[in-house]
Design a protein around this ligand. Sequence first.
Ligand code: G6P
Length: 369
Amino acid sequence: EQIEKGGYEHFMLKEIFEQPNAIKDTYRGRLLANKGIIQMAGIEDNIEKFTNAKRILIVACGTSWHAGLVAEYIIEEFSRIPVEVEYASEFRYRNPIINKDDVVIAISQSGETADTLAAIKLAKENGAFVFGVCNVVGSSISRETHAGAYTHAGPEIGVASTKAFTTQITILTLLALRLAKAKGTMNHSEYQRYLLELEMIPEKVEEALKTDQIAKEIASIYKGATNCLYLGRGYNFPVALEGALKLKEISYIHAEGYPAAEMKHGPIALIDEQMPVIVIAPNKGHYDKVVSNIQEIKSRSGKIIAVVTKGDVQVKELADHVIEIPEANEALTPLLTTIPLQLLSYHIAVMRSCNVDQPRNLAKSVTVE
Ligand code: G6P
């Protein structure tokens, strides 16, 4: 096992650090940035199904569901196809409306999650085209779906998903860009810029991994917390949910993820000097609004840990701690902002002597209801 961990103390840490290569493996042969080409057989063979889709329905569980939420923002923005994201466990039992011209995307690292598998069967029975995004080659979901794309992240052993999440987002970003091209919903220079930037993401993830030390220092300050709040907006709202899930899963600290602007409708009541609030605040999109959210937390004495773009000035003045990630186009920031949150959860869990790779009560793959 020590050999398999490749010198890392835990599989989770190894998998966090594998992300630059895992993302490269995901787009290898599929993203030909200089030529302006995205090619994935599962998409090319069914391109009309996608371009004619009135709606894309995404079904998944856990971290994969969070990747689906990121994809909702990206696919709608790039290709203007309406997207809905559902927990597979809800979808399968609520007699959902499924049309023949719907495309259903099922996301699953293991490809064995019982609820996701059942949602796929239901979608197929109703005539929808079902596309799988799986990591495990030959898994049940990859066999049950009409077509799909593997993430090629390599084996993920840690129960808390890390590289599966970022590689799922990578595939779904490629899909969104391919659809934008097919539908003519993005101008060529913007499309080209995204391709080149996506190709650079592994280097930026490498850079983001350098936050390990600061994440460790922050972990040592907040390891005794009983509650944590994670806030983000837009593309980074799902990252806030995922950050909170990571902390819950492995450190057993109660954590909630929220869209930053929703804070005033509830979580703000929880804020006092005991409450660490992790705010994802890259310099794009709703930056100014997030800054005012941070001011609201500060005026209630909450402790602010902010994930910001390198060179940030405004948030730095307000926050108790800042973690810097490289500059990137807003739609691609989830691939970077996620990294320090994974590291923060990891270090807190280690400092609390938790079983990081196999947290209590959780399974890597949930093959029963
Ligand atoms: C379990 C795992 C999670 C995972 C979820 C969905 O809860 O502990 O890490 O996100 O299942 O799994 P899947 O294999 O379908 O992505």
